[in-house]
Design a binder for this molecule. Structure first.
Ligand code: SF4
Length: 345
């Protein structure tokens, strides 16, 4: 584990990028080999949220126009979970908007978790806001494997991104879930105007809380957001940020999460030398790249997708179509046309 001085040297560019990647890839490969875990999110309830998280299209008064719907039925969620399994999800992540679930919702969620675990054999992660100890215990008894509750940013910057709850509220929920014996998933959103010190502080706090899974999101300026001064994220700083999370939390699952396509751009494959998991087919508010693009990127990095239950048919098909398309002229009609005359620059 690096200290905050080395982390600052990484973020402020005093250590060269190749050296940073080399440092961060060591624990990545030692702990996870060449495996990449694929997570698929399911928004089981969208919008109608009284919280004002500035980065979120579902926040109150956000007027983003995002589709709002109340909690899906157990059968609908089970169908989504089956689909996620068919699409190669290592884990099914259910996300529900709102401050936190009431007792009735906890009862309904518990039944759903039990069915997904028993009938599909999938591991379930739930993100449903603030919990108390009794609710956390009930979810654990239902078989919940992980609870997601992102810290998002540092304690000192939190008031700049949200006023309806505090950083401490979030820390407390993580502690209650941990007390119940549920694994923790908690990450960040970078690019919201935070300082390098804020990034290091939240990476250290996740370490202190022994968080097993850390999604690193890169801020997407969705319609209706309220982040005052978003930062410019180059692919290089995204890699440096991933490396800091890896080196402060060497054995945690570090995920290239929302915004990887737009911010890491052509360096996404390189990001897999640091991170060992990613989301496919969508994030909290927006759609991401599909299975084929994600699989191609994993393969370009020389990595292997990790499936909970063998490679699903849809991924085999995607892999075959990638093989066919690798050098086939028909797949690159514009790239492989003969040049006619000097190309004007
Ligand atoms: S992140 Fe969750 S709690 Fe915050 S506004 Fe969005 S849906 Fe509500």
């Amino acid at each position: 584990m690096i200290d905050r001085h080395v982390a600052l040297d990484i973020l402020e560019g005093r250590i060269s990028l190749p050296e940073v990647i080399q440092m961060a890839s060591k624990p990545r490969f030692e702990n996870f080999g060449k495996k990449v875990r694929i997570h698929i999110l399911d928004n089981i309830k969208n919008g109608y949220c009284p919280e004002d998280c500035g980065y979120c299209a579902q926040r109150k008064n956000g007027e983003s126009g995002i589709q709002e719907y109340s909690l899906k039925s157990e059968d609908e969620i089970l169908e989504d979970a089956k689909q996620a399994k068919a699409n190669g999800a290592y884990r099914f992540c259910m996300v529900s908007s709102g401050t936190g679930p009431g007792d009735k919702t906890i009862a309904k969620l518990s039944g759903t978790i039990r069915r997904i675990t028993d009938e599909l054999g999938m591991k379930v992660c739930l993100s449903a806001g603030i919990l108390d100890q009794a609710k956390a215990n009930t979810l654990k008894e239902a078989g919940l494997d992980r609870y997601n509750h992102n810290l998002n940013t540092s304690d000192s910057y939190y008031k700049d991104i949200c006023t309806t709850h505090t950083f401490q509220d979030r820390v407390e929920t993580l502690q209650l879930a941990s007390n119940a014996g549920i694994g923790l998933c908690s990450g960040v959103i970078v690019g919201m105007g935070e300082s390098m010190d804020d990034i290091i502080a939240v990476a250290m706090e996740l370490r202190r809380l022994r968080v097993a899974s850390i999604p690193v999101n890169f801020f997407i300026p969705v319609k209706g957001h309220a982040i005052q001064n978003p930062s410019v994220l180059s692919p290089e700083i995204c890699l440096r940020i991933l490396a800091v999370f890896r080196l402060i939390n060497p054995d945690a699952e570090i995920r290239m999460a929302a915004g990887r396509e737009g911010h890491l751009k052509t360096m996404q494959s390189t990001g897999l030398f640091i991170a060992n998991s990613l989301f496919a087919a969508g994030y909290l508010n927006v759609e991401g790249s599909d299975a084929k693009a994600t699989l191609g990127m994993i393969r370009d990095a020389g990595m292997e997708p990790e499936f909970s239950d063998g490679m699903p048919e849809s991924w085999k098909e995607a892999l075959e179509s990638l093989d066919e398309g690798l050098y086939a002229e028909k797949n690159f009609p514009d790239l492989y046309k003969f040049k006619k005359s000097p190309v004007p620059i």
